[in-house]
Design a binder for this molecule. Structure first.
Ligand code: ADP
Ligand code: MG
Length: 436
């Protein structure tokens, strides 16, 4: 049984499919796949993934659903290059049916384009990797419905990519999906790597792997768990949030209602600044520093004179943030909410002062949260320059906190911060197979 909001997404996508997409070509289809992938909130570990560090996110109930049909035909003797013919529509603009065809030679666009590249870029990964170079024709017709707020740091983009990936895997079937990967490779991990590549190369976004990984790999069986991801090995640990029945806590997400554009300017600059910091660290400390992941606070401190102030602060954020993830993980497993909260507050301060990814509105929201009774900690979550904050609060104060944030943020900023409580949700999965 699905939650009412998930059922709503399924109903919406199904209706779009039947009203707008189910035409002559897809009429032969005997079944439709219904798949979903969630957005995420990052508890801690911000801007650490693209330097191979640690992140600690959880999947949330807000998700993207894909409902659709498709087929794969392989004609071994055909000389035509393999291609994918996609026909799809999103509930964000259901009247606009998108038709995109790509083949194995299609190059990613040079400039940031439409949202359809998130979809096409993802399909391209499967087309290029798992299908023969010639003779394969992948047809897919599908509708997309999501309720992850777009551009709010809860990762609607990854949930879209991962849902599309999961859907394409259904069409390819076990015989073809991941057939190019070594035996034993974890589908959830490979899917995440492919979706990140799609976003990097097709959408001009130099994002790390956290969002796609969380959306893809969050546990569907172990309830109440977060993922601690090592972005060097791309391995992860499922971590249980230890709830004490006598002292339960809640996670509250509130949206500054300032939207960012991750490809737009600041994010790529941060990626570049981390590279600069790494080069300087390498000069001083040698090859043991491959990325900022390898540096300690002392290593960075020793290079302060060689670095300009901005680069120094960027590096300091990343290395201290990696340490905070590790400290938070231990504290979370022990249910030591005070420590978890302290690390969250320090993380916010570090993003504010050192990494400069916060903004006035988010700072107001975080400040309101941090000062509220029963709150252990609060911080900006996601890429920043707007977006959401996440707060850890004693369960008994959760409702009061949400009312407080709503009222005070409205009074101070004039915007609705739509706070909600979240618990760890499952990752990407097939919800149903609809037979016609
Ligand atoms: P975030 O991932 O934090 O929400 P991004 O800027 O990375 O923000 O991604 C948001 C973009 O993802 C949107 O502008 C849109 O192009 C695309 N997107 C996400 N979900 C959908 C959807 N359901 N329909 C159409 N486009 C979507
Ligand atoms: Mg995104």
């Amino acid at each position: 049984s699905l939650s009412p909001s998930m059922q709503g997404l399924v109903d919406t996508s199904k209706k779009i499919y039947h009203d707008k997409l189910h035409d002559v070509k897809s009429k032969d289809a005997k079944q439709a796949w219904v798949v979903t992938a969630p957005g995420r909130v990052n508890l801690i570990g911000e801007h650490t993934d693209y330097t191979q560090g640690f992140v600690f996110p959880l999947a949330i109930e807000y998700s993207t659903v894909v409902y659709g049909t498709g087929s794969l035909v392989i004609n071994k003797n055909a000389e035509e290059v393999s291609k994918a013919n996609l026909k799809f529509a999103s509930a964000t603009n259901p009247d606009k049916v998108e038709q995109v065809s790509i083949d194995v030679n299609t190059q990613p666009p040079k400039e940031a384009g439409s949202w359809t590249w998130y979809v096409a870029g993802t399909v391209a990964q499967y087309l290029m990797k798992d299908l023969p170079k010639q003779g394969a024709v992948l047809d897919a017709t599908f509708a997309i419905a999501g309720n992850v707020p777009l551009g709010s740091g809860l990762s609607s983009s990854a949930s879209l990519e991962v849902a599309v990936a999961q859907f394409i895997e259904c069409i390819l079937g076990p015989e073809h999906a991941f057939s190019s990967e070594p035996p034993g490779a974890l589908p959830a991990k490979i899917r995440a790597i492919r979706c990140q590549k799609a976003e990097n190369e097709w959408c001009q976004s130099p994002c790390g792997i956290m969002d796609q990984y969380c959306s893809s790999a969050a546990s569907s069986t172990q309830k109440g768990t977060l993922l601690c991801i090592d972005c060097r090995t791309n391995d992860f640990e499922v971590v249980q949030m230890k709830q004490d029945p006598d002292n339960p806590v809640a996670l509250i997400v509130a949206n500054s209602a300032v939207t960012h554009s991750i490809g737009g300017g600041e994010y790529p600059i941060r990626v570049q600044q981390c590279k600069e910091a790494t080069q300087i660290l390498q000069k001083v400390h040698g090859d043991r520093i491959q990325t900022l992941r390898d540096a300690t606070v002392e290593d960075v401190l020793k290079c302060q004179k060689q670095m300009d102030d901005v680069i120094y602060r960027r590096a300091r954020h990343v290395v201290t943030e990696n340490a905070r993830v590790i400290a938070t993980k231990t504290a979370l497993e022990e249910g030591d909410w005070k420590i978890v909260g302290q690390q969250m507050n320090l993380s916010h301060l570090s993003m504010q002062k050192d990494y400069e990814t916060s903004c006035e509105e988010v700072d107001i929201l975080v400040d309101l949260a941090q000062k509220y009774k029963g709150v252990y900690g609060s911080r900006l979550t996601g890429g920043g320059f707007g977006g959401c904050c996440v707060t850890l609060v004693a369960k008994e104060n959760a409702k009061g906190l949400m009312e407080h944030l709503q009222k005070e943020y409205q009074a101070k900023v004039g915007k609705d911060c739509t706070p909600f409580e979240t618990t760890p949700a499952p990752g990407a999965r097939v919800l149903a197979i609809d037979t016609f």
